[in-house]
Design a protein around this ligand. Structure first.
Ligand SMILES: Nc1ncnc2c1ncn2[C@@H]1O[C@H](COP(=O)(O)OP(=O)(O)OP(=O)(O)O)[C@@H](O)[C@H]1O
Ligand SMILES: [Mg+2]
Length: 227
């Protein structure tokens, strides 16, 4: 049997604030297989973003185990973890997080440029993906010069340009109107199917979650049965 793309067991994460520590994750386990589309639901503050940041190697758990593509994350130093994140994972956030001084083309190409892909090749693939998500006519614009829906589609193109196995999306439709949210959700589904990229998406919107193949629910830092 092939190894899971992501396998987490009993993850814990405590945030240390001055007086009161916050137990954001209290023992969370999950598996993501290649090609999955999983929605992570639960009320505000239940730990969704904390879990996604750990699963995406942007943060480390305090306890438990996390394997990405079979690699035990605890055994990796920060440089190795950064490399793994850049090569194998794509991210989409609620507020797009495009770099404001770079063009849409440069933003989309950034994961390839960071991996030292020659600029003409990176820009060619950025243009292909921009076309795929319907923003080919916005490549020379700055992020401030495009709409929210266009910005999130640019962020989607950026998230998959380096062909990651796992795409992590934290409330990707959370700051869009319903039409643009639906469009981004459809694109997520299509990219999941066309590219085979597994998607792990946090949302508190049941309609958005229903687009996923599988729904997980959290409450108070733990997995619970979906409602
Ligand atoms: N950097 C931090 N320092 C201290 N506490 C934090 C930090 N980040 C999150 N928390 C706390 O950890 C808990 C989980 O937060 P998290 O952001 O993971 O929730 P969430 O499910 O993503 O919520 P939302 O739906 O509002 O985005 C909350 O109680 C939150 O206040
Ligand atoms: Mg969150």
């Amino acid at each position: 049997m092939s190894v899971s793309l992501l396998e987490a067991s009993d993850l814990t994460r405590n945030y240390q604030l001055d007086a009161a520590p916050v137990a954001a994750l209290r023992g969370v386990s999950l598996k993501v297989e290649r090609g999955d589309f999983i929605a992570l639901t639960g009320p505000s503050g239940c730990g969704k973003s904390t879990l996604l940041q750990i699963c995406g190697a942007m943060d480390r758990a305090d306890g438990g185990e996390l394997r990405l593509d079979g690699l035990e994350v605890k055994s990796l130093n920060d440089a190795a973890l950064t490399r793994l994140r850049r090569e194998k994972i794509g991210f989409v956030f609620q507020f797009f997080n495009l770099l404001p001084t770079l063009s849409v083309r440069e933003n989309i190409a950034m994961p390839l440029l960071l991996a030292k892909t020659p600029e003409p090749d990176a820009f060619e693939r950025a243009a292909l993906l921009a076309d795929r998500v319907g923003i080919a006519h916005r490549l020379d614009h700055l992020p401030a010069q495009i709409s929210g829906g266009e910005a999130q589609r640019a962020a989607l193109a950026r998230a998959v340009i380096h062909r990651p196995g796992l795409l992590i999306a934290d409330e990707p439709t959370g700051s869009l109107d319903s039409t643009n949210g639906r469009r981004v959700l459809n694109l997520l589904q299509e990219l999941n199917q066309e590219l085979g990229v597994a998607v792990l998406m946090a949302t508190h919107d049941a309609g958005v979650a229903s687009a996923a193949g599988k729904i997980l629910a959290m409450k108070d830092g733990r997995m619970v049965e979906p409602a």
